[in-house]
Write a protein of this length. Structure first.
Length: 503
């Protein structure tokens, strides 16, 4: 049954500045304990999951404690009223004096700082203070934006197995109204200026295309459907201002669960050879180009995986041509792939840098080198529209959006498995598993990793990668890692195991 979760009727007015008010609200915290009382306001920060959070740093200052944490660490600790509190990033369980308190939403990092969900105040603090009261603080009403004063900065989409997300980014807040008309979803954008109509082809089985055109007093987005929609959800985000519309697929009958049928094994993956065409990627001192070596290795991995594991492999590119970054995971989503593996070769200004490293997506880079590698790979986006600096600005605003992946844990496990297999097989320097904001991994509706198979800027590693036999060894090592991951995946899904592996 199709439903519109935006009110009681099919036509619902959602005003952007009202959402802004909700996101700008603050909480008033009053607590009393053996060492006295405290009172203060905590601004609420909204994540893309719609949950409200408060800054852990700001909360600590209000509590008068000296916490121990960092952006890189996954653990945060502090003590209040002689009682210890231990938090783990992205884990719902909080330890108070060693005893667990489970939250519905885990602590995390937003905009470079630790945050805790609102319920932390009502679930954890009462175990530290004799009395805790939390109320909504009074706020001034926001100023309504002037009509037709906000420009549309970007229109983008991502396709997932269960829904398609459409994002409208403006230069400031704007009002919007959503109407479900069966064959299409219309979004009236009041106060949003648009110089010319735009068309974005989607074709993911649910959404056919997106059309946005100027309209009196603003603009209108039409989401043209090619399948019956289910729920339609919308929310706003700040810095920059965005309206996100999620069009969900209708829920399919859980036939497998009802009949007790077998779980689906790992059988479809997409392999992505980095760069291509007018984008050579890294170039070694001997002239070896990244686009060529990674395409060769990727094709070898595909042959080994299909022949040895019985997995269907689709390649994001099969020849020397350019593929935009966002089209790569979009292709994987359309293929309904269960894994996405992007293969690259590294570069560094220090020619002695060597080894293999594997990445998965995160808004926070593991270290400066990881941040530099991501910046190098993300620089390809400038080639997509003739070296457009505007695209790089947009990229900075959406990396956090893309990091909201339900597959982050699985991606980390896949990265560790592949990294261990490659370094063990090749006996090469192990640079470890790292996280960074790789645009090519963003939006993947499956576990996704990026493997850097060596440094072309290192003469020794370039010579190795020039050798066909060595490239075959690299491919076999990656394939063995995928075989190991498949074994664990199938076992977890209850699929009968076989002794067959890559041949």
């Amino acid at each position: 049954m199709r439903s519109l979760l935006l009110g009681w009727s099919l036509t619902v007015l959602l005003v952007g500045f009202l959402s802004t008010e909700a996101e700008a609200r603050s909480l008033l915290l009053v607590a009393e304990g053996r060492q006295g009382s405290l009172r203060g306001e905590l601004p609420v920060i909204h994540g893309e999951d719609g949950a409200g959070y408060v800054s852990l740093d700001r909360l600590a200052r209000l509590l008068g404690v000296r916490p121990t944490w960092s952006r890189k660490s996954s653990i945060a600790t502090f003590a209040v009223q002689a009682k210890s509190v231990r938090l783990t990033r992205d884990r719902s369980k909080v330890l108070v004096q060693g005893k667990p308190v489970t939250l519905r939403t885990p602590p995390r990092i937003l905009s470079g700082g630790w945050v805790v969900p609102e319920e932390f105040l009502t679930r954890v603090l009462p175990k530290l203070y004799a009395s805790v009261r939390v109320a909504r603080a009074e706020t001034k009403p926001p100023v309504k934006p002037a009509a037709a004063s906000v420009a549309l900065e970007d229109l983008r989409f991502r396709s997932y197995p269960s829904f398609t997300r459409v994002v409208l980014e403006g230069s400031g807040p704007f009002a919007f109204q959503i109407e479900d008309r069966g064959g299409e979803v219309r979004v009236r954008l009041s106060g949003l200026s648009l110089s010319a109509p735009r068309l974005e082809e989607v074709g993911d089985g649910l959404v056919k295309e997106l059309r946005v055109a100027p309209l009196r007093g603003g603009a209108e987005l039409r989401v043209i459907l090619e399948g019956a929609p289910g729920e339609i959800k919308a929310m706003t985000l700040q810095d920059p201002y965005r309206v996100m519309v999620d069009v969900h697929r209708t829920r399919e009958p859980a036939a497998r669960e009802a009949t007790g049928g077998p779980a689906e094994p790992l059988r479809r993956i997409v392999l992505d050879a980095g760069h291509g065409g007018h984008d050579p990627g890294a170039v070694g001192p001997g002239g070896l180009q990244e686009k060529d070596v990674v395409l060769d290795v990727t094709k070898r991995v595909a042959r080994l995986v299909e022949g040895g594991l019985g997995i269907k492999v689709a390649l994001s590119r099969t020849g020397d041509y350019f593929v935009p970054l966002r089209d790569r995971t979009q292709f994987a989503n359309k293929e309904r792939a269960q894994l996405f593996v992007s293969i690259h070769a590294n570069a560094h200004r220090d020619s002695v840098s060597e080894g293999v490293e594997t990445y998965f997506l995160s808004s926070e880079a593991t270290d400066n080198e990881a941040r530099q590698v991501a910046a190098l790979e993300n620089g390809v986006i400038q080639l997509e529209t003739g070296n457009s600096r505007a695209n790089m600005d947009i990229l900075k605003t959406i990396l956090w959006d893309l990091a909201q992946s339900e597959f982050q844990v699985e991606s980390g496990q896949l990265a560790e498995t592949v990294q261990d297999s490659v370094t063990r097989s090749l006996r090469i320097a192990n640079r470890g598993v790292k996280q960074a904001g790789f645009y090519v991994l963003g939006g993947a509706a499956m576990p996704a990793v990026l493997v850097e198979i060596g440094f072309l800027t290192n003469r020794k590693e370039e010579r190795r990668l020039m050798d066909s036999q060595y490239r075959e060894r690299v491919a076999r090592a990656i394939s063995a890692g995928l075989a190991e991951y498949k074994g664990r995946y199938d076992q977890k899904m209850g699929v009968p195991q076989t002794a067959e592996g890559p041949r």
